[in-house]
Design a protein around this ligand. Structure first.
Ligand SMILES: CC(C)(COP(=O)(O)OP(=O)(O)OC[C@H]1O[C@@H](n2cnc3c(N)ncnc32)[C@H](O)[C@@H]1OP(=O)(O)O)[C@@H](O)C(=O)NCCC(=O)NCCS
Length: 333
């Protein structure tokens, strides 16, 4: 179940494209949809969770990405010209602050907090509601960056309509975040050409032993209007493989507690084959760091071969003790 609660408090002075066909009352409703915020809620079901009822981090990340994509796509289409779809290009480091359980409702609120000429920053907050007691807890806070890609030519990046800031300080802080991420991502871009080679006959408690991969064929349900994968789908797969690596290493229940900044440098087309590989890079007493790499190969264009798409670091936590000291980050088997 998804519900939508429009906020009318921040309406930018921009021409509305879709309002001509509506009555006066309809116009008012649409007016309310023009804001730079979006709210998405969903009841957490058994297929969202692991065997002990903790909702997977990837499900929450997927919801956050969906809310961000909707608010950015809507905002970028409030001006005349090319229609476009907002593509996720970066997620800043995020922490899972409280667990979410089956039967709770996850409420995601996403707001555009900064715009550059061709990109938008969205800040999202996730609250988990126990609908039996009314108790609410903060589950996650995340910052994401989107880029609008023209609907007619996916390689063309369209201009972003500016937002109104509450104060000059708020705009200045946003500009600083924009410059910081730009500098950081240029430094990480070089790592995307790496490959994770499957180990042969790995021994227990080594990196190679728990190293795991998921193979996924990209279908229509995974894709945007452009027929390219939603960033949330990729993040969900990344979280799933990290969970498998962690469970293999520890043989117990694990939960995702943090995800480092991830950049999405390339688009992944419908029909691609994704190989999502994870390996342990560090263990402490009760937590593990897992590096996840997404390789893409094409079914229909075999000459493209395998390209690496994105790289992420996920931290997982467990109630017991990790097999500390047995893991060597540089060793493959
Ligand atoms: C979006 C994309 C075409 C940008 O390509 P690019 O060659 O980096 O483009 P540019 O360098 O010209 O940057 C264009 C704008 O995007 C922004 N941008 C690009 N990559 C970014 C990133 N990782 N994080 C934040 N902003 C980014 C740039 O800052 C620039 O905006 P500005 O002009 O206002 O500064 C490319 O990164 C891409 O296709 N990414 C995959 C998107 C996707 O499919 N997401 C889902 C993945 S599963």
């Amino acid at each position: 179940m998804q519900c939508f609660m429009p906020r009318s408090n921040k309406v930018p002075d921009l021409p509305l494209v879709a309002n001509k066909r509506h009555s006066k009352k309809g116009n008012k409703d649409i007016e309310a949809l023009r804001g730079t915020e979006y709210h998405l809620s969903r009841l957490m079901r058994p297929d969202d969770a692991n065997v002990v009822g903790n909702v997977h981090g990837g499900i929450i990340l997927k919801m956050i990405e969906e809310a961000g994509s909707i608010v950015c796509t809507r905002h970028c289409n409030t001006q005349n010209g090319d229609r476009c779809v907002a593509a996720l290009v970066r997620v800043e480091k995020t922490e899972f602050l409280s667990p979410v359980f089956i039967g709770e409702v996850a409420h995601v609120s996403a707001e555009i907090t900064y715009t550059s000429e061709h990109s938008l920053e969205v800040q999202a907050k996730v609250m988990a509601e126990n609908i039996l007691t009314g108790a609410m807890k903060l589950a996650n806070k995340a910052a994401l960056w989107y880029v609008p890609c023209s609907l007619q030519n996916v390689e063309k990046i369209t201009e972003v309509p500016p937002i109104k800031y509450a104060s000059a300080e708020q705009e200045e802080e946003g500009r600083k975040r924009y410059e910081t991420q730009k500098k950081e991502r240029l430094e990480t871009k070089a790592r995307t050409e790496e490959l994770v080679v499957p180990p042969s006959k790995p021994e227990q408690h080594t990196v190679g032993f728990s190293q795991s991969s998921l193979i996924h064929l990209v279908g229509p349900l995974d894709c945007t209007l452009h027929d390219y994968v939603h960033g949330g789908v990729t993040m969900k797969l990344m979280d799933e493989v990290a969970g498998i690596v962690a469970a293999r290493h520890c043989n117990t229940n694990v939960v995702t507690v943090a995800v480092d900044a991830i950049n999405f440098h390339r688009k992944i087309k419908k029909g691609s084959i994704l190989t999502v590989s994870g390996r342990l890079t560090y263990t402490s007493n009760r937590s593990m760091e897992i590096e996840v790499l997404v390789d893409v190969s094409s079914l229909v264009e075999p000459e493209i071969g395998t390209i690496s798409s994105c790289l992420g670091l996920l931290r997982l936590h467990l109630p017991g003790q990790v097999q500390q000291g047995d893991v060597c980050a540089s060793s493959q088997d």
